[in-house]
Design a protein around this ligand. Structure first.
Ligand code: FAD
Length: 364
């Protein structure tokens, strides 16, 4: 085996599709907890009843951006609308279309032949590569372990009214939604549609932008500037870029304005006496919360900055990567290299970096 992927979620799966360009399924081992690469995404999207993807046509798991999901949707819907929409950044595949795409790729890519149902506790640099528990030594390893659990603000832990937005739930007749990102905005509309009175509690005014970071950070030019920043500046920039946001548009504004007029939607400074409190507060932040990454950093003395592991622009770990071996991080852990790492485009970015390293490797 040449390559190991630790984590069988969407980032690991996207990397797998790229690796399959040069490797057979038997040359790749994917260690993970779920057979279905979309398991975590599916669970979270279902909990907030998300119907359309935030990402656009290129939000898929294939190594080449084009043709994206707009092309397939145009064929399937027998309509040019998705292709026309994508020219204006207005096309968003449905969650169902995206999940069907994952399912198709899963069955045709050999994923099951590479998958090993097991959680890896430790990645240790050794002669010739990286030892993964007792599973062996691999010269090239991608760690794609996803988010380290859901975040609930400390003051709300233990409150019996609280449910996290990414856990299954219904809506009480009065609901406070904590948060200001897309999950919060989706929950405002869900609760209003269910007939609830809704209070929005947020620390800051919500940022309105189409994608989860500004579009320029998806381009080579925007990234080059980001990669030139020093550690303190880069950490500060990341904090700004990753502030909660949701897309602009009437789909949110109109129902909220109507509900505000009817006195069914208001903004408050803190949680008060509603029957239910929904924490749309995302995930715990920082590598320290992921036992595998925390141990990796600790045992190898890796450089970190404010909860991020310092990475090279191609998302490899500089101290443990050379011309004979590669350690890459994907998903949220790769934000130091690509601010939107926790998206499908981010997963593809990391996948290409890994593939280039493997192709250039002396001992490949
Ligand atoms: C509601 C929602 C909507 C989203 N919408 C979009 C969108 O429209 N467009 C977009 O591009 N992105 C979107 N995203 C973001 C992104 O696509 C997901 O966060 C994606 O699931 C990240 O994939 P991942 O592989 O990093 O993590 P995950 O999918 O969480 O997978 C990580 C996997 O690794 C496993 N694992 C963890 N530790 C270990 C270990 N030690 N050993 C082995 N396995 C381990 C976990 O059990 C899990 O199976 C959305 C996210 C959410 C939550």
């Amino acid at each position: 085996m040449r390559v190991a992927v630790v984590g069988s979620g969407l980032a690991g799966f996207t990397a797998y599709q790229a690796l399959r360009r040069v490797l057979e399924p038997e040359e790749i081992a994917v260690f993970g907890t779920d057979d279905d690469p979309a398991a975590a995404f599916r669970r979270h999207a279902a909990a907030i009843r998300q119907r359309a993807m935030r990402s656009e046509s290129d939000g898929h798991c294939l190594p080449a951006t084009f043709p994206g999901l707009a092309f397939r949707a145009s064929v399937a819907r027998r309509s040019p609308a998705p292709l026309v929409g994508t020219a204006f950044d207005r096309f968003h595949p449905t969650v169902g279309e995206f999940l069907a795409h994952v399912e198709r790729l899963r069955s045709r890519s050999g994923w099951e032949r590479s998958l090993v149902r097991s959680r890896i506790e430790r990645v240790r640099a050794v002669e010739g590569g990286f030892e993964l528990d007792a599973a062996g030594v691999f010269p090239h390893v991608l760690v794609a372990t996803g988010h380290p659990g859901l975040h609930v603000p400390e003051e709300l832990r233990g409150d019996s009214r609280v449910v996290h937005s990414y856990e299954p739930h219904d809506y009480a007749s009065s609901v406070t939604v904590v948060g200001a990102g897309l999950a919060a905005a989706t929950e405002w509309l869900n609760a209003l549609a269910a007939g609830s009175e809704v209070v929005s509690v947020r620390r800051r005014e919500a940022v309105r932008q189409p994608l989860n970071v500004p579009r320029e950070y998806f381009s080579r030019r925007g990234l080059a500037g980001f990669h030139r920043l020093g550690h303190a500046e880069r950490a500060a920039r990341l904090r700004t870029l990753l502030a909660p946001s949701y897309p602009p548009g009437r789909a949110f504004d109109e129902p909220l304005a109507t509900a505000a007029r009817e006195d069914r939607f208001r903004i408050a400074e803190q949680v008060n006496g509603t029957e239910q409190v929904i924490c749309a507060t995302g995930f715990r932040r920082g590598f320290e919360h992921d036992p595998l990454l925390a141990r990796l950093v600790d045992e190898h003395g890796l450089e970190t900055a404010e909860g991020w592991i310092v990475l090279a622009p191609d998302s490899t770990v500089p101290a443990l990567t050379d011309e004979t071996r590669t350690l890459s991080l994907a998903g949220v852990a790769a934000q130091w290299a690509f601010p939107a790492a926790d998206t499908l485009t981010g997963a593809r970015y990391v996948a290409h970096g890994l593939l280039d390293r493997i192709k250039a490797c002396r001992t490949r």
